[in-house]
Design a protein around this ligand. Structure first.
Ligand code: DC
Length: 228
């Protein structure tokens, strides 16, 4: 009889957290939650309501309107993962654009936003059997998670990955713009006051700049097996 655990995966943007998290969830029959998608959906909402753009941010209006934001995930059988819904609309594609990426770290730095999302995330994990990825999962959301992983990779490797993903989607982007965005988000995410991105003391670090996906998955699965 195996026991259900919580697997917390944190790390910088585009370190392959979601790829490994999805694989783990599939292998174990666990729920997978991409918390970055939740911060991105709140950012999209703020853009749609004109609370934020590249040159303005009506912080108080967004905070006052947070109770009108309903976030949910619905599993898509064809894709093999859960898609993000914002107030009942599938926004999976819209939240991945460079425009959202440029503003999301500003929205994610707001304590009121974090409070709302962290409590929703804790609710999703209350029965365990969950793989959650983000920036503060092992430190704030589930400080008692049975397994904590911290993923790193060079900024260049990460920007190259993200660039290829966006090109494959048909987006018109420049590599330099993606690299700048990755570096800028690293800076904001790790220096913000509330829940900055830091490695939890008991997290196991993986630098996957040069590690293949298969090797990484096997190493992580042996850590999981030792805990269930
Ligand atoms: O994982 P991602 O790149 O989709 O995340 C988007 C942004 O959301 C990221 O720049 C920081 C923020 N984020 C956060 O602050 N806390 C989380 N748990 C997840 C994401």
């Amino acid at each position: 009889m195996t026991k259900k655990i919580i697997i917390a995966i944190d790390g910088f943007s585009s370190t392959g957290k979601s790829t490994i998290a999805k694989q783990l969830a599939k292998e174990l029959g666990y729920i997978y939650v991409d918390t970055g998608a939740m911060y991105r959906a709140v950012t999209l909402y703020a853009m749609q309501q004109n609370y934020i753009s590249e040159n303005h941010f009506n912080l108080q209006d967004l905070i006052a309107d947070l109770h009108n934001i309903s976030l949910s995930f619905t599993f898509n059988e064809n894709l093999g993962f859960a898609e993000m819904f914002l107030n009942g609309t599938n926004v999976e594609k819209e939240i991945r654009t460079i425009e959202v990426s440029k503003l999301v770290s500003k929205v994610a730095a707001i304590s009121e936003v974090r409070k709302k999302l962290v409590s929703e995330q804790q609710e999703m994990g209350k029965n365990k059997g969950i793989v959650m990825d983000g920036r503060d999962i092992g430190t704030v959301v589930f400080p008692n998670a049975e397994l904590k992983l911290f993923m790193t990779a060079s900024a260049d490797k990460r920007a190259t990955r993200r660039y290829k993903e966006l090109l494959d989607r048909g987006d018109n982007v420049k590599y330099e713009e993606i690299l700048r965005n990755v570096q800028e988000r690293d800076r904001i995410d790790s220096t913000r006051k509330d829940s900055p991105l830091i490695k939890a003391k008991d997290a196991i670090e993986f630098d996957n700049s040069d590690m293949g996906l298969k090797e990484q998955f096997e190493r992580i699965m042996s850590l999981v097996n030792a805990r269930i």
